[in-house]
Design a binder for this molecule. Sequence first.
Ligand code: PLP
Length: 493
Amino acid sequence: MNYTSTRGKSGEVLSSAHIIKQGLALDGGLFIPESIPSLTNDEISALCALSYPERAATVLAKFLTDYTYEELLLDCQKAYSEQSFVGGAAPLVRAKDGIYSLELWHGPTAAFKDMALQIMPRLLSRALQKTGEKRTALILVATSGDTGKAALEGYRDVDGIKIMVFYPVDGVSRVQKMQMATQLGDNVNVTAIYGNFDDAQTGVKVIFSNDDAKAYLDEKGYFFSSANSINWGRLAPQIVYYVSAYCDMLTSGEIAMGDKINVCVPTGNFGNIFAAYLAKLMGLPIGKLICASNQNNVLTDFLRTGRYDRNRDFHCTMSPSMDILISSNLERLLAFTAGKEKTAEYMDSLKNNGYYEIDAQVKAKIDESFCGYFADEQATAQTINKYYKENGYLADTHTAVALSAAEQYIAQTGDHTPMVVASTASPYKFAADVCVCLGLKRPEDDLDALDMLSKHTATEITYPLRGIAERKVRFTETVNADDMLDAVKRYVD
Ligand SMILES: *Cc1c(COP(=O)(O)O)cnc(C)c1O
């Protein structure tokens, strides 16, 4: 299986190991597979008897043809082990009649990024071997909190790779700071910077494009790489849990083989929901894909009108991982529905004008599979409260956006197809906000919110967040944004 750019300008035709190593196409586009492998009902039936790592290896083997099934199985067994995902990866929990919560946050950082970031570094490590790379990859990450921690856990102690994470010293919560500063692993570094997230991100971008820095690293036997969410190595593993959810529903008798399910996803960069679309294209019986947004509802408007317009106010919400105005992975959907030439035009228009408008034909094609709903802050809070009080289901702020969207969809369409809602974070990850939504007083220190939520709901703190205040801090350095490159050099020396 080969991969090409969504923009079709670079003419690259590359195999899976190469695109996982490279990340972005040379024309600025994203890599997509040349064809979609199929998943038959017989294959789905066979997967029902298998473990999550086996299901994952089977699905990934269809896309990552540079890797043997045995290699993928070994990596998946490590990535989705009982140790990393206590109680199993991606369990499906009934939230209420007809609505099932696909809990993607049982991994080491209590958020769904783990589902991809536990496996992607292993795929990259093998890709380096397969492409004959002798140097060590140095992953640089600028984070506003969650991605940094998930990347640190994913790359920790993976061969041939080191990782360095920069975060704004006053721009992350206490919980997030503690999670990163106490990170274990021999190949990790965490450095705070004076400044905000943009300063950190700009600093990383400047280092990436600095030729002297590249030469310095090369001399030391390193090269720069990124943990970016648009890498195919992060997207492909996300297809697996939709297949796995379908298997679990078959096994528990909620559906019969061939019955459709709908899927609702709290969306930011459009990666997670695009993975569900790929599962549908492969043949998984999915009806509608409901794209759920928070107050930053650029995708809701796009799916309703066909016009993508980022010229709008940016809102900081209590579902910060969805506070995004440019959803990068949407480009992959455009390539599949509008073709590469038009995709390149749309992306030019987005870059130059901040908007683009798709043709009626393209919109009709997208409408066959997608629809968009959003929940503002009040609707999100009400949903958390309602699900907890009426159904005993405790949702985090991101999952609540999707639960609200799913209910809006069902009320508006009368479509009662069983609905799988992607649950993307533990309620404890956003404990302070969840407490407030449940009517409690906001604690002054967000570390206290963990105990507060646990006491109030008589539930256990998700294990990666337990005892976090007592852990040993390993990383204490804070540097000026201008001195980030020096910090990198010190790290590789
Ligand atoms: C990243 C993230 C999302 C958004 O996922 P996309 O793939 O970017 O659409 C939603 N919820 C949480 C908790 C996240 O961390």
